[in-house]
Design a protein around this ligand. Structure first.
Ligand SMILES: *Cc1c(COP(=O)(O)O)cnc(C)c1O
Length: 480
């Protein structure tokens, strides 16, 4: 397929911006000397180009997308309609609060519902995504210990079943990361946790359900051990899809939590953004929350900043329209629909897992939450067919591959998250496809290495794509 730069001809165009008739300001030496080299295409060419690109894009609207740890669920169009309302899109964050009362109330309502769902006392929407929320939550823990003059608490306990962003965020927030191993059942090793917790423990970060799709059955013991040692407990709630409306981190002893609104509470996120990773906390951490939160006074809504705030972690109030979609989602589903969505997510994952059991090797053979992990290690040893080969073969059948080679504690991992929005027929089609591919792998393993056969790009050089990405178009010849 041609790039947009390779289409069109000099002088062709479809710009809608009229030429500037005002005097140009003096930009000193910074003004460009030649016009920018932009594609010169007609509107027809432009439209066809993007339509062709859209046709090649694989998204939730095009087919099954079981990318584990990402919650690629179908997003209701009602949320898009809400986020497109002029009252939300035609405002500026520097407007006086009295002129944007509805926006403040929207944030306050979203805060109230999400606090109810998580069991927290307050929440702030500044963080732009999950990892950013983790970092912010850890700053709260740090500020808490510092304010108490407890400077010895420098260590963050992170189980090896945590999401990869957890240790990274802890290190970025200035903590020393202490790795806590899991037992063969996929749960945190309580003995190792007891041995590690002590007067230097700032806190623990728990991903729950963890990256192997399991709810840690010892969760109350975990938070007790950390609290007894004087640490605080952080709940990575990015994957709240399995537990929302059913169990609350606040009731399990957690002091701070982040959510991924762009996973659990609508907002399409396949293209890389925007996201929203609000951080919620118990009362003891509220004085340190970042940014501003709406507060209701008799004369109306206004912004309130905390006295000991860690400061701003993003401009203004975060990705506001993602919060609007989340609120629309919560109001649409309601008190009954939210836990029903969680139950269906868990049911769908267990249904697909049980259709594959006995054929594929399950990394942990016990009921899962919203996702489960296969290990292709035995198959690779028998046939040479890897997790990557299976993922590529799925592409030929119109299915987006599951997450591959993550979590790291499982060899040749395929992590599958069907989500609650798939009907049973889709799950059956996916199971049939995976079982057919497995039969093919045993019959003719070499064929699997040559897949996919139907995609525009078959097997990119993964190392070159990561190490030497070509991100810029290189023009040939002089400017025209
Ligand atoms: C996706 C995810 C994150 C990171 O969220 P981003 O929005 O990608 O930064 C963190 N923890 C868990 C458990 C996740 O699934």
């Amino acid at each position: 397929m041609k790039l947009i730069f390779e289409r069109g001809a000099p002088g062709r165009g479809c710009d809608l911006v009229p030429p500037c008739t005002l005097p140009l300001p003096d930009l000193g030496g910074f003004a460009r000397t030649a016009p920018p080299r932009l594609p010169q295409v007609s509107e027809t060419e432009l439209s066809r180009h993007y339509t062709a690109l859209a046709g090649r894009t694989r998204g939730v609207n095009g087919g099954f997308y079981p990318l584990g740890s990402c919650t690629m669920k179908y997003n209701p169009k009602a949320g898009e309609a809400a986020a497109a309302l002029p009252g939300f899109t035609g405002v500026h964050p520097l407007q006086p609060a009295q002129t944007v009362q509805g926006c403040l109330e929207t944030l306050a309502q979203a805060e109230r519902y999400l606090c109810e769902i998580t069991g927290m006392d307050a929440m702030n929407f500044q963080p732009a995504a999950g990892a950013h929320g983790e970092f912010t939550g850890l700053l709260l823990i740090k500020a808490y210990h510092t304010a108490r003059g407890d400077g010895a608490r420098t260590k963050m306990l992170v189980p090896d079943s945590a999401h990869g962003t957890n240790p990274a965020s802890a290190a970025m927030a200035g903590f020393e990361v202490v790795n806590i191993p899991s037992l063969p059942d996929g749960c945190v090793d309580l003995g190792a946790l007891r041995a590690a917790a002590g007067p230097d423990t700032a806190g623990l970060m728990l991903t729950n359900p963890n990256t192997v799709g399991l709810f840690d059955k010892n969760i109350l013991a975990i938070t007790e051990i950390v609290h007894a040692a004087g640490g605080l407990c952080y709940y990575d709630g990015a994957n709240l899809n399995a537990v929302m409306g059913i169990a609350r981190p606040g009731d399990m002893g957690f002091d701070v939590v982040h959510l991924n609104l762009h996973k659990t509470f609508a907002t399409p996120h396949g293209g890389g953004g925007p996201g929203s990773g609000p951080v919620g906390c118990k009362a003891l951490l509220v004085p340190y929350l970042p940014g501003a939160r709406p507060e209701c006074l008799p004369e109306g809504w206004r912004w309130h900043r905390e006295s000991h705030s860690v400061g701003d972690v993003k401009a203004f109030h975060g990705n506001f329209l993602v919060v609007v979609r989340a609120l629309a989602y919560i109001l649409t589903l309601g008190r009954e629909g939210i836990p029903q969505a969680a139950r269906n997510a868990v049911l769908n994952a267990n249904y697909l897992m049980s259709r594959l059991r006995g054929h594929y090797d399950l990394a942990y053979d016990r009921p899962c939450m919203h996702e489960f992990v296969l290990t292709l290690e035995p198959l690779k040893q028998q046939t040479g067919v890897s997790a990557l080969d299976i993922a590529k073969a799925l592409l030929d059948r119109g299915i987006h591959p599951p997450t591959m080679y993550f979590p790291l504690i499982v060899h040749e991992a395929l992590m599958i998250e069907p989500t609650e929005t798939e009907p049973r027929e889709t799950l059956d089609e996916a199971a049939d496809a995976l079982l057919e591919i497995l039969a093919e792998a045993r019959r003719a393993p070499a064929d699997l290495h040559a897949m996919p056969r139907t995609t525009p790009v078959r097997r990119p050089d993964e190392v070159a794509a990561a190490r030497k990405p070509v991100l810029r178009y290189c023009w040939e010849g002089p400017a025209t």
